[in-house]
Ligand binder design. Structure first.
Ligand SMILES: C[S@@+](CC[C@H](N)C(=O)[O-])C[C@H]1O[C@@H](n2cnc3c(N)ncnc32)[C@H](O)[C@@H]1O
Length: 387
């Protein structure tokens, strides 16, 4: 280890972080407590970007604030171009969430794990500490990040296999894996992951059918080579998986056509914020792909006065928060799927995430189900990935 890792001071911060995660119940196994206490997070996040009150991204050095580095914060470490504005493209995930995910993954000594989304390398270091370098594989689509992560892992004393590839394809040459953990969100679970799992294998991934529409799901390999499992009870959100040769960004919405329709609604106006399960189910009740949600702010208070939905075909819905009036224009009735999902959700007793599960069948027919995959209500679904 070089001088960075041996600087006095970080070790007690890391121990405090591990103790905090244990005391809060995020960590329960001594092996993971040891890993969080032993891995120097500051090595993986030498520079962090944070937005100030005005929305401007400012940079700070980990060496200046170890308390912040060894805290339960997500630390943004790389910015990209978000259509003319800087946008986070990599980060070190909040350790509290990482801890819960690693515990959920239920690894055993000797397990081989594939991580999708190396990012800083911090999580790969935690897993290398727990399972040994030779059992840890990690991939990131960004080769510059992979190079940095490899160097920083070595600096901290870890040498897992880190490869620059698109994680949608997994990493077949080193499979099969006992566990696959993804730290970027996917619109559908890639077939390659199921194929690269060993019997009894598990996948933990943030499944987001659209922005804010989904959660972490813990899937087990089924006897026929598919995947099945439940969502975790607590909501989590990762940055969406990106692809180097992605198709062009969606075009600006087409001009609005069709009559203006107005009525009132009893569905929550901003389900993506207040009832994320309803927003998720709305995707399965016929909301078209590519619908974006937004808000109109009062210019004085900067508080939302209306929620908005906009579809690529130019259709729009606006829901005024003061009187629950829905105003729709365009050829597609965007609010109807939300209302249908809300009615179904109320009818089912307002289920939380833990009553919902997913089956990714080997024949490609995917289903979201309520309570029980065999007998519960099920919604078929499909969302395109890269392919
Ligand atoms: C939240 S960060 C990962 C955090 C990381 N596990 C850590 O400990 O620092 C998400 C990462 O997913 C990566 N990513 C996005 N799309 C990907 C893809 N198609 N394949 C692999 N990695 C991808 C991003 O480049 C980014 O580094």
């Amino acid at each position: 280890m070089n001088t960075t890792t041996t600087q006095p001071g970080w070790a007690h911060h890391a121990r405090d972080l591990a103790a905090l995660l244990r005391d809060r119940g995020d960590l329960v196994s001594p092996e993971w407590v040891d890993a969080f206490a032993a891995v120097p997070r500051h090595v993986f996040v030498p520079t962090v970007f944070e937005q100030d009150a005005g929305g401007v991204w400012r940079e700070w050095a980990a060496a200046d604030d170890w308390e912040r580095v060894y805290s339960t914060r997500t630390l943004v470490t790389a910015l990209g171009d978000g259509g003319g504005y800087p946008e986070p493209v990599s980060s070190s995930t909040n350790p509290e969430l990482m801890a819960r995910m690693l515990e959920t993954l239920d690894v055993r000594d000797g397990h081989r794990v594939l991580e999708i989304g190396t990012g800083t390398g911090y999580n790969a270091a935690l897993m290398s500490h727990r399972l040994g370098d030779r059992n840890v594989y990690s991939v990131d689509v960004d080769d510059r990040l992979v190079e940095l992560a490899r160097d920083r892992l070595a600096e901290a004393g870890y040498t897992p296999t880190v490869v620059a590839v698109d994680g949608e394809d997994g990493l077949s040459e080193h499979g099969p894996y006992d566990r696959i953990i993804a730290t970027c969100a996917v619109p559908s679970v890639p077939r390659a992951w199921a194929d690269q799992l060993a019997p009894g294998g598990e996948v933990l991934v943030d499944l987001k059918l659209a922005t804010s529409a989904g959660n972490l799901v813990h899937l087990h390999r089924t006897a026929d080579g598919g995947l099945e499992g439940r969502f975790l009870p607590r909501m989590a959100t990762f940055m969406l998986m990106r692809h180097l040769h992605a198709t062009a960004a969606p075009q600006a919405a087409a001009a609005v056509v069709g009559a203006r329709r107005e009525r009132t609604t009893i569905a929550p106006a901003m389900p993506w914020q207040t009832e994320p399960v309803v927003w998720f189910l709305a995707q399965l009740h016929g909301l078209p792909e590519g619908v974006r949600h937004g808000a109109i702010l009062d210019p004085g208070t900067r508080q939302p006065v209306a929620a908005t939905l906009s579809a690529p075909d130019g259709s729009r819905a606006r829901i005024d928060l003061a009187n629950n009036t829905v105003t729709e224009t365009g050829g597609t009735a965007l609010w109807e799927p939300v209302e249908a999902a809300y009615a179904r959700w109320v009818d089912a007793g307002r289920p939380g995430w833990d009553r919902l599960g997913v089956t990714v069948a080997s024949d490609g027919v995917n289903r979201v189900w309520l309570d029980d995959p065999a007998i519960g209500h099920a919604w078929p679904w499909s969302r395109s990935g890269r392919h």
